[in-house]
Design a protein around this ligand. Structure first.
Ligand SMILES: NC(=O)C1=CN([C@@H]2O[C@H](COP(=O)(O)OP(=O)(O)OC[C@H]3O[C@@H](n4cnc5c(N)ncnc54)[C@H](OP(=O)(O)O)[C@@H]3O)[C@@H](O)[C@H]2O)C=CC1
Ligand SMILES: O=C[C@H](O)[C@@H](O)[C@@H](O)[C@H](O)C(=O)O
Length: 298
């Protein structure tokens, strides 16, 4: 990781340099289910805690709020070129003719004229108005190659700096790589000690694709901040469980996008630089058993 200059008096934030040469700040603010205070959270994260990376998506329904937070941060003196903003193309728009209009709608809501990283959110196309989870006949044929070509055109036209995928499998990634002229710069996937995603992580490393860990705290449903193993390591290091989980992701070599709607936690979650989890404790965290899941979308 390249270390960037200190940000607004905050401790140094590390960066990952993507294949394109663009630098991605190692820790980003997640915004899924961020709620009505999203604009405040984004502004606070950037102007008070030193975040320079925000992760969002059209599907989250908060892009207008994220845009207000970004606007406020830039009006407070943060330069757009120092920000890294990620969004995602939703499943109902996974047809070539909908890619650009979907991105243009995202840019309008974010009040930006480009974003730094645009992901395919999930590798399956949904019918408009599909149920969650989708019912029979609502998962449609996905022209991955045609959609990706349109994503590449967004890069060529300067509307997006890098393109990536989320929730891909090795099989789907290799299908994409067979036709891509611009390979995915980033693969974003669920990653925490209870779901290490080792197979996909190794595959991305072998293919030179950076990995961003989402749900690094186990999300709200499986919050690992209360896991006794995590708590024990946190106590030993005099850090919070949240900081240990985020630092664990960084030490694995991924960027990480913890979400919080609480100002104190937003600040806490980025205080993960300038210290290490010792190897023996890192291994203890890695020994936490992966959940057993039947992965439907492979
Ligand atoms: N590409 C994809 O398909 C997906 C992408 N993502 C992205 O990843 C981001 C993060 O993942 P997400 O699933 O939101 O969950 P996280 O793993 O980031 O956990 C968020 C939950 O943990 C709580 N929390 C936050 N900080 C702390 C802390 N320091 N100690 C204890 N609890 C804490 C939050 O509560 P509170 O807000 O009250 O602090 C919230 O309930 C998302 O917001 C989204 O941007 C997530 C899922 C899928
Ligand atoms: O990005 C976070 C998640 O992927 C989320 O976007 C999806 O789970 C979506 O809300 C759904 O309900 O299918």
């Amino acid at each position: 990781m390249a270390s960037a200059k200190a940000t607004m008096g905050q401790e140094k934030q590390d960066h990952f340099v993507l294949k394109s040469g663009h630098a991605m700040p190692a820790v980003g603010l997640g915004t899924w289910r961020a709620g009505s205070d999203t604009a405040h959270s984004v502004q606070t994260a950037i102007t008070e805690a030193g975040y320079r990376h925000v992760d969002t998506a059209a599907e989250y329904g908060v892009e207008k709020e994220v845009g207000k937070g970004l606007r406020a941060a830039m009006e407070a003196g943060i330069d757009r070129k120092d920000l890294f903003v990620t969004s995602k193309l939703w499943c109902t728009n996974l047809v070539p003719e909908r890619v650009r209009p979907a991105l243009e709608s995202t840019l309008k809501d974010l009040q930006l004229d480009y974003i730094d990283l645009y992901h395919i959110h999930w590798p399956f196309r949904l019918k408009d108005g599909a149920h969650k989870p989708p019912e029979a006949g609502e998962v449609l044929e996905f022209d991955m190659e045609g959609v990706w070509k349109e994503m590449e055109n967004l890069v060529k036209d300067g509307l997006v700096k890098d393109i990536g995928v989320c929730n891909y499998t090795v099989t789907k990634l290799d299908r994409l790589l067979r036709s891509a002229k611009i390979p995915p710069a980033v693969c974003q996937m669920e990653m925490h000690p209870g779901w290490k995603n080792d197979k996909m992580f190794e595959a991305c490393k072998k293919r030179g694709i950076h990995v961003t860990a989402y749900s690094p705290l186990g999300s709200s449903e499986k919050n690992l901040a209360h896991d006794p193993v995590v708590e024990k390591v946190a106590n030993k290091l005099n850090k919070t469980p949240g900081q240990v989980l985020i630092r664990w992701a960084l030490q694995r070599g991924t960027s990480v996008i913890p979400k919080s709607s609480k100002d104190e936690r937003i600040k806490e979650n980025i205080q993960v630089f300038g210290w290490e989890i010792p190897e023996e404790d890192f291994k203890v965290l890695c020994s936490i058993k992966d959940e057993v899941r039947d992965c439907k979308y492979t």
